[in-house]
Ligand binder design. Structure first.
Ligand SMILES: *[C@@H]1O[C@H](CO)[C@@H](O)[C@H](O)[C@H]1NC(C)=O
Ligand SMILES: *[C@@H]1O[C@H](CO)[C@@H](O)[C@H](O)[C@H]1NC(C)=O
Length: 279
């Protein structure tokens, strides 16, 4: 009798445990995908780590090598983002590149490049847009938070009408479809998602003056929560920026922008056409 109720108790416990595990599994599957399924290592497998069952990925840079990864899938338009925690401490000379790119000649590319700095000095986020092989559209901003303390979301909202570069949901840049005035627009070549961590100390920090201090290696950047969606709210199919988005974009431009190719008179005595068209 006693052993019977004991075994009943165990079975009950077992059932509850099973239920709990199934639920836990389901919710993990729901909220995030394993980065191991989405990405493959493109550079230096011994400098790339998958952690927490593939929920987190780390790239490492030391004197032997940098490292990188590539998405297995390609995307044509989409709402694509990832959370990144940048190299902490003395990251001077390091560059964490995170971008979408098509392959072959006349490629399209949407770039985020995080330029490291001495401890306590601000990172610079440089963005660029290549369309049909032509880039030279750099913009640079400081961030309104320390990107090494926590994970923050970086991504693009790429529609046939415009490309929004987003940081934590805040638009920091817009590249509109200005085909009508002869500016090529990325709209026919699918792009993969890429990231790499490398030594850029010939140019990255204070224009190359500050070199990497290898005594602080290895340098590590961490990634999680990759999201790629092909559907947008209806508004994004037809409309331009909302008033709230415009306001945020101007807030970033006013307070955090340190370089804009559109305002670089030496480089462009006549501003490129996409620079003179109003938002
Ligand atoms: C690094 O810090 C210096 C001094 O605050 C700043 O001028 C520079 O823009 C920062 N970022 C980079 C990437 O050089
Ligand atoms: C894009 O995706 C993010 C989450 O991944 C979501 O918060 C946001 O609402 C999406 N934006 C649009 C326009 O669909």
């Amino acid at each position: 009798m006693q052993s019977d109720s004991a075994s009943m108790g165990f079975r009950c416990l077992g059932f509850l445990l099973l239920l709990f595990l199934t639920q836990a599994n389901a919710s993990v599957g729901h909220y995030s995908t394993s980065l191991q399924n989405e990405f493959s290592v493109s550079w230096a497998a011994d400098h790339v780590n998958f952690l927490r069952g593939g929920q987190e990925l780390q790239l490492k840079l030391d004197q032997n090598s940098g490292s990188g990864f590539t998405s297995k899938k390609k995307y044509l338009f989409g709402n694509i983002s990832m959370q990144i925690k940048l190299v902490p401490g003395d990251s001077a000379g390091t560059v964490t590149a995170y971008y979408l790119s098509s392959e072959g000649v006349n490629h399209d590319e949407l770039d985020f490049e995080f330029l490291g700095n001495k401890s306590g000095e601000p990172y610079v986020l440089q963005t660029n847009v290549y369309a049909s092989g032509k880039g030279d559209r750099e913009q640079r901003i400081y961030l309104w938070f320390d990107p090494t303390k926590d994970f923050h979301s970086y991504g693009v909202l790429w529609t046939p009408q415009h490309i929004l570069f987003m940081v934590d949901g805040v638009p920091i840049r817009v590249f509109k479809n200005n085909k009508a005035v002869g500016v090529p627009y990325p709209e026919s070549q699918a792009m993969g998602v890429y990231s790499s961590l490398w030594n850029g100390d010939s140019w990255a920090t204070q224009g190359g003056l500050v070199k990497i201090d290898w005594s602080h290696a290895p340098f590590v950047a961490a990634y999680r929560n990759f999201q790629a969606h092909n559907s947008f709210n209806e508004r994004y199919q037809t409309d331009m920026l909302s008033p709230a988005e415009k306001k945020k974009l101007w807030w970033v431009k006013k307070n955090y922008m340190i370089y804009d190719y559109c305002n670089d008179k030496q480089r462009y005595p006549v501003p490129p056409p996409e620079c003179t068209i109003n938002l």
